[in-house]
Design a binder for this molecule. Structure first.
Ligand code: SF4
Length: 154
């Protein structure tokens, strides 16, 4: 089960998109120097199709993308919610920020347009740093990954 601690409408997480960024709690990654340590706790409200629908009713017209921030403790539920968004809002982009260094085995990207992979490593810096270990990919046809990380460096 997923829970979300909060959410925001953001402009920088996914280039050229206005994103409803949903901050999912219970993060299992425990990166040193984590930007949001509160997300490591099992806090917030349940994030399921019902609660996501309520958020979409409120903000769906204001955004071009729904971005799930975290959810590494239950990636299959993230994929289920991505499918829900695509089914109900076919033109809405869907992104996922994972803090893992690799995608889960057998994880389908079919319902995603963007995926960010990579733990936070202080010595490498965040996505906007040219030395970052993290990568943002644009997904083509549900399976081909195009590295667009450099868009953060311009
Ligand atoms: S993945 Fe993100 S939220 Fe989780 S510990 Fe690392 S920096 Fe913090």
């Amino acid at each position: 089960m997923l829970k979300y601690a909060d959410y925001d409408i953001v402009f920088q997480e996914i280039p050229n998109e206005v994103s409803l960024a949903i901050n999912i709690s219970n993060c299992p990654n425990h990166c040193i120097g984590c930007h949001s340590p509160y997300l490591m706790k099992d806090v917030g409200d349940v994030l399921d199709e019902q609660s996501l629908q309520l958020l979409m009713d409120k903000y769906g017209h204001d955004v071009t993308c729904v971005c799930f921030m975290g959810g590494d403790a239950d990636p299959n539920s993230v994929a289920t919610l991505a499918s829900f968004v695509k089914e109900k809002y076919p033109s809405m982009k869907v992104g996922w920020y994972s803090g893992k260094d690799q995608l889960p085995e057998f994880f389908s990207l079919k319902n995603f347009d963007y995926v960010k992979i990579g733990s936070y490593r202080e010595e490498c810096g965040p996505l906007k740093s040219r030395t970052t270990n993290q990568r943002l990919y644009k997904i083509h046809e549900g399976k081909n990954l195009q590295d667009i990380t450099e868009k953060f460096w311009k």
